[in-house]
Design a protein around this ligand. Structure first.
Ligand SMILES: CC(C)(C)c1cc(CCc2ccccn2)cc(-c2ccc(S(=O)(=O)CCO)cc2)c1
Length: 248
């Protein structure tokens, strides 16, 4: 993918998001708004031009899967409709490489806001841990909004069913899923099983709704949808992996 026109941006945004994900939520600006078992969800209330753009940061610990497996199921288009309940349609507009794709997603309408779509590149990468050079166990998926000639801001009906109003509002998003595999080596030198695995997850997202939507609606959707998404997604990955060989 190094030759693709997007590569410098993909490299920069992915590095920035990895750094941002690693920053703790200790500094007072983050507000804990949801908790469920090991999952903690934090947000900051921010508005850009009067639009709610509350950054989200979630941390979670899931036993029995690796960081690669978690990122693989998040990245791959083949499984997205199994766990993503907020989208109506999804299309891979371009396969840049095995680890980089461009997606167009039509999200379900959230009344009374008008329907949105999202166009973004998605990049999967294993990252060396600066603090621990031989930690080969950190993976990241970074999603970031982009332009694409085949999906201009108006839905031109070419790929996606034309809606009555002929266009969707396009959200602008930057999302990162950073997953680290922790292994508790079995005492007796036995082979590692899924019981010895723990996946530490950090999920960060900033979504600009792109057009006006009532702050109360967006914050209600946000509060309801994000905990549901992370819980459903992590359970889905555990179920998909539990009877399969471990993939690091
Ligand atoms: C919850 C909120 C921040 C509002 C929101 C609104 C909408 C657009 C749909 C919508 C909802 C509510 C109001 C208006 N439009 C999309 C998303 C969104 C899109 C993508 C991803 S992802 O992590 O890249 C997984 C791949 O799909 C996460 C979140 C979030």
């Amino acid at each position: 993918a190094q030759s693709h026109v997007l590569w410098p941006e993909i490299d920069r945004i992915t590095a920035e998001q990895l750094h941002y994900a690693r920053q703790g939520v200790g500094e007072g600006v983050w507000e804990l708004f949801a908790e469920d078992g090991e999952m903690r969800m934090y947000k900051r209330e921010e508005e850009v031009n009067g639009l709610v753009v509350d950054p989200l940061k979630a941390v979670h610990t899931v036993k029995g899967v690796t960081g690669f497996e978690m990122c693989h199921y998040f990245f791959s288009p083949d499984y997205r409709l199994d766990w993503e309940t907020t989208i109506e349609q999804m299309k891979v507009l371009e396969k840049v490489s095995d680890d980089t794709m461009i997606f167009l997603q039509i999200h379900k309408r959230v009344w009374p806001a008008s329907q949105r779509d999202a166009l973004f590149w998605s990049h999967l990468r294993q990252v060396p841990d600066s603090r621990d050079p031989d930690a080969q166990n950190i993976w990241i998926v970074c999603n970031h909004s982009t332009e694409h000639h085949s999906a201009p801001e108006k839905s031109n009906g070419k790929y996606i069913r034309e809606k009555s109003n002929g266009k969707y509002i396009r959200v602008f998003l930057t999302v990162a899923l950073v997953c680290q595999t922790m292994i508790e080596p079995p005492k007796n030198g036995a082979q590692i099983t899924r019981d010895d695995l723990t996946c530490k997850i950090t999920y960060c997202s900033v979504v600009n709704p792109g057009g006006w939507a009532p702050a109360s609606v967006l914050r209600a959707v946000y509060k309801r949808e994000y905990p549901k998404f992370l819980k459903k997604f992590t359970h889905y990955v555990y179920d998909q992996c539990k009877n399969k060989p471990i993939r690091f």
